[in-house]
Ligand binder design. Structure first.
Ligand SMILES: Nc1ncnc2c1ncn2[C@@H]1O[C@H](COP(=O)(O)OP(=O)(O)OP(=O)(O)O)[C@@H](O)[C@H]1O
Ligand SMILES: Nc1nc2c(c(=O)[nH]1)N=C(CO)CN2
Length: 179
């Protein structure tokens, strides 16, 4: 049996059918060999951070169990973004879909193309609040605190509110030997 790791993926969309893009991205992840989406947070509508002249985002976090390496997961995230025709003209600008690898077990990774935990996650309410629903007690490796503790350090929970639409968890995958 291959080692399974629990990882957390942050999803965001602020162009077009935002909820539809998020649902498609979660479905694509679950359909990928070596990834099972086990839980999803609720969806939040959030004011844009970084570049303010753009539409509000919908954000959520998905928990996955995976046998893939963190580097392979990043490749999967980039290919899901491509398959959903992500449009991104400027850094931090509007996009149909954005996928970030937030946590990969308790590992820290510092490579040119991949930093885990995601380097800006501890300052982002749109990441910490949905992640806190799933993993409040999870330590953020390389820092002195858990997800829940980082939430208490956020300046103020402004610009983030629950969105009424929800993402449905894809059907449970069949185990290979029961197909
Ligand atoms: N943990 C990570 N998750 C996703 N991408 C990462 C991560 N660490 C490094 N990257 C690199 O970041 C590159 C650019 O990411 P992207 O274009 O999504 O940035 P952004 O969404 O504009 O900004 P931000 O990184 O602040 O969310 C990716 O191609 C990838 O190589
Ligand atoms: N509210 C919000 N703001 C952002 C987001 C995001 O997902 N939500 N993503 C960004 C680039 O990763 C930049 N700013």
């Amino acid at each position: 049996m291959k080692r399974e790791v629990t990882a957390y993926i942050g999803l965001g969309s602020n162009l077009g059918d935002r909820l539809g893009y998020l649902q498609s991205a979660v479905d694509c992840l679950h359909e990928t060999d070596g990834i099972r989406v086990t839980r999803v947070s609720r969806v939040y509508e959030t004011a844009p951070v970084g570049l303010s002249e753009q539409p509000d985002f919908l954000n959520l976090v998905a928990e996955v169990r995976t046998t893939l390496s963190a580097e392979t997961i990043l490749d999967v995230l980039l290919s899901v973004e491509r398959s959903l025709r992500r449009v991104r003209l400027v850094r931090w600008g509007p996009r149909t879909i954005d996928l970030d690898l937030l946590l990969y077990g308790e590992e820290t990774i510092n490579r040119p193309s991949l930093t885990v935990p995601h380097p800006r996650m501890t300052e982002r309410a749109f990441v910490l609040i949905p992640l806190g629903e799933l993993a409040g007690n999870h330590p953020i490796p390389g820092t002195d605190a858990t997800v829940g503790e980082w939430i208490t350090r956020l300046p103020a929970e402004e610009g983030i509110r629950l969105f009424e639409g929800r993402i449905s968890l894809p059907e449970r995958k069949k185990e290979p030997d029961t197909v």
